[in-house]
Structures are given as structure tokens and as C-alpha cells.
Design a protein around this ligand. Sequence first.
Ligand code: XBP
Ligand code: MG
Length: 263
Amino acid sequence: MAEAAQALELRALIFDVDGTLADTERDGHRVAFNRAFAEAGLDWVWDEALYGELLAVTGGKERIRHYLDRFHPAELQRPDLPERIAALHRAKTRHYVEHVRRGGVPLRPGVARLLTEARAAGLKFAIATTTTPENVVVLLEHTLGAQRLRWFDCIGAGDAVAAKKPAPDIYRWVLERLALPPQACLAFEDSANGLAAARCAGVPAIVTVNPYTADQDFAGAALVLSDLGEPQRPFRCLAGDAAGHAWASVAALRRWHAQATTG
Ligand code: XBP
Ligand code: MG
């Protein structure tokens, strides 16, 4: 007799950062890149529309290289290219960290509430992001506080792995440290690149869209939502079956995880 697949219990939540925990890109990272370019005497300007296109490439250093390839290909011949990109990116990180320290980046709806509830329910937390580790730490410290930063068992970020999203490497790196199988986790992402990374690592994923990613293809997501929602401010369910829930609670996550892992 064929046995029904035994679904694994939900044990951990793995969060992307940029676009998922907070809307960091348009007014945070983009502005920081432009400040770094101006500081270096360069006339490179990434406006909102261009930045939306450049987001197809994850990772700031990789994004600068991609921009040069498209708009200033002669730059790629410079023998000091890796050092030049690294220096620009260090300056960009400094500007971004200053921006977050000034309180310039709030968490998205439902994030702080869900973390508090999920912590009380005994779920583990991890981060899987392509951004630089110090950007993650400063964002979490300035929004949740230093105490709650310690709620995260593992922060997988930036160059911890060679291949950034959509490659699954950062998810595999995190899963190894959590010592959990992918099906015992739920990922939160905002982009097709992030969803691809989670899915390729076998982690079911919920997508909360933002203006830069709303039109992307999220086939394979467990659920696509406008945001995580609050009791007084429900999310909009854009794809999938939210099973009657109107905000992401622990009960909702357990249900969505079961739906995603039992098919
Ligand atoms: C985030 C990124 C990052 C940030 C910039 O993607 O692509 O590059 O835009 O961060 P995801 P750094 O949310 O899919 O992880 O400049 O520190 O790389
Ligand atoms: Mg993201």
C-alpha cells in the first residue's frame, strides 16, 4: 500500500531582506549608489526606472559591473576594475548604512508583528540575502532593536557564497547552519530572483510584492501577497489560496506551509 507523504512540521522562517523586510531599494540602495558615484567624481546616475532594470542583477558589485557592461563598456578594460568596483561599493555601503541609521527605512507591514508572534511560538529565524552583512545588521538593529537581532539564528548575506540569487547557494548555506531540511522551512521573498533561489533549494516560498517586482512571474510561489498584512490592515492575496486568512499569523503560516508541502 502506498504511504501518504509525511509533511514536515514548520520549524523555521527564512527571510530575504531587500524588498521583503523593508522597501530598501528605490530610496535606500539606489540613492547610496548615486552618492558613491558622485563622490568619486563620476557622472553615473541611476534614476528610478533604470534602477528597476538593473535590479535584474542581484548584488551591488555585480550590479555596477552589469551597468558598466551596458553603458560604459570601455570601463571593463581597466586593469584596476575589481578594486575600482570594490571601492565604489564600500562607499555605497557607507552611504546606505548612514541612511538606515538616520531611520530612513521602516519595516514593511506585518513584519515586526509576525516575528514577535513566531518567536513566541518557538520558530527559528534566518536571513538569506544578497546584500552586504552590515546592511542587514544595521536595518534589524534600527527597526527591531539589538535585542531582537539575536532572534536570528543565522544571517546568510552577501559574499558568503560565490553565486548570488537566483542561484540557490545562499539558501543551502543557511539550511546547513540551521541543520534543517528545506521542507521544514518557509521562505519570504519579494522578487522572481529570490523565489527561484528558494525554490531551487527546495524551500517553499511566500512572495510579498513591491512596486519594482509586482509584474514579475511568481509561478511556483506558495502564495503571492501584497504584504504580510495586519489585523487592521489585511493583505491582498494576488495568487494562491490564503485559506481565509487576511494577515500572516503563525496559524496562517502553518496552514500555508502544509498546503505547500503536501501539494
Ligand atoms: C538584493 C540585492 C542587493 C541590494 C544591494 O537582492 O540585489 O544587491 O540591492 O545590496 P535580494 P549590496 O533582495 O534578492 O537579496 O549593494 O550590499 O549588494
Ligand atoms: Mg529581495
